[in-house]
Ligand binder design. Structure first.
Ligand code: ADP
Ligand code: NA
Length: 328
């Protein structure tokens, strides 16, 4: 019997990932690679579904891979690759597109959110979840470590796998999302009713992994809280403070209960000051290691080429199976 298969991807659509990406997904990528057979990809095919600059995209794919290595993705344990280097992804996506109802694709809420922010909406953005399903199904994936915002796309992936297997016979493993409840949705620091995102409208809303310590402190200290000055977990009444507690517990390796006890009777000033130190300390080595990985371009390319080869080996087998099933 084999180890569980894990696959996840992240878009190279910014110069740095943020702590929502890290706590919601990337930390689990690193944790799972010891017990699972893991495939992790920088999904550059997804990144061109919105406006992009080719030079910037190329560089961001490298910076993204370097950050993943800096966070602890170990190329000896996991296949780390760039999606466009494995052509089986769009090839399987085409087949899955032919299985997807127009109505079911139209129900994807992320498309509605993202297309509303674009001047011009592409068909690629619309079919994005189908490519994502191909990313996952190609590797006979058991678990997909992602944040809560990906749950609907995972549900579509599962539906497509079940449908395809039902029509053509057993072809794909039906994957499960791997979502860690406490950090499933890290909220925007400036607008705690929204999820933290690189497209935050406030420059202080999102903490990037490559932020300097001074920037981290400013952002944490100006985080929106509430007026009752009590460090207490209550996501309904106190979304800002609850979000900070989740971040603190996760990065400080403690629990929300212990933090509530520790800060009982103290104000938000002490709490935010300490949290700023915890976040800045957690991020400092990531920035330094990212620079190291970027400095050796040949080694980074070697890692990504080896990762793509390992990925293709598995992906080509699944694609061949699917081709045969549909009559090619
Ligand atoms: P963004 O939402 O900033 O555009 P991506 O779509 O590239 O980032 O997401 C990459 C991964 O990070 C996905 O698994 C996603 O679920 C997770 N993620 C993104 N934002 C958050 C957040 N605020 N909290 C928890 N997980 C998140
Ligand atoms: Na997202």
């Amino acid at each position: 019997d084999r180890k569980p298969r894990v696959l996840s991807g992240i878009q190279p659509t910014s110069d740095s990932f943020h702590i929502g990406n890290y706590l919601g997904a990337l930390r689990q990528w690193v944790a799972l690679q010891d017990t699972a057979d893991a495939f992790y990809c920088v999904v550059d095919l997804h990144a061109i579904t919105v406006d992009h600059d080719p030079k910037v995209l190329h560089q961001r794919s490298r910076v993204s891979a370097a950050q993943l290595l800096a966070l602890g993705v170990d190329p000896e344990k996991s296949a780390l690759f760039v999606q466009s280097q494995v052509p089986e992804h769009p090839m399987l996506a085409w087949i899955l597109g032919a299985e997807t109802g127009f109505g079911e694709a139209s129900r994807m809420t992320q498309f509605k959110d993202k297309s509303a922010k674009q001047e011009r909406t592409t068909v690629g953005l619309f079919t994005y979840p189908i490519l994502q399903a191909a990313d996952i199904l190609l590797y006979q994936t058991d678990q997909v470590p992602v944040g809560e915002d990906q749950r609907q796309h995972l549900e579509l992936t599962r539906d497509l796998a079940i449908r395809f297997n039902g029509t053509y016979g057993q072809t794909f493993v039906v994957p499960e999302p791997h979502i860690v409840k406490e950090t499933a949705t890290i909220k925007d620091l400036a607008e705690p009713e929204k999820k933290m995102s690189k497209s935050s409208t406030s420059p202080r809303g999102c903490v990037y992994l490559l932020d300097e310590p001074g920037q981290v402190r400013k952002k944490i200290k100006s985080a929106v809280t509430d007026s009752d000055a009590e460090v207490r977990y209550d996501t309904e009444a106190k979304p800002g403070v609850s979000n900070l507690l989740n971040i603190y517990a996760a990065l400080g390796n403690t629990t929300v209960e212990k933090l509530e006890a520790e800060y009982a009777g103290k104000g938000y000033g002490d709490f935010k000051g300490d949290l700023a130190d915890v976040v800045a300390d957690a991020l400092a080595p990531i920035g330094a290691r990212t620079k190291e990985f970027l400095a050796d371009k040949a080694e980074l390319d070697r890692i990504l080429t080896a990762g793509a080869e390992k990925a293709r080996h598995v992906a080509a087998r699944t694609l061949a199976k699917a081709y045969k099933k549909v009559g090619f």
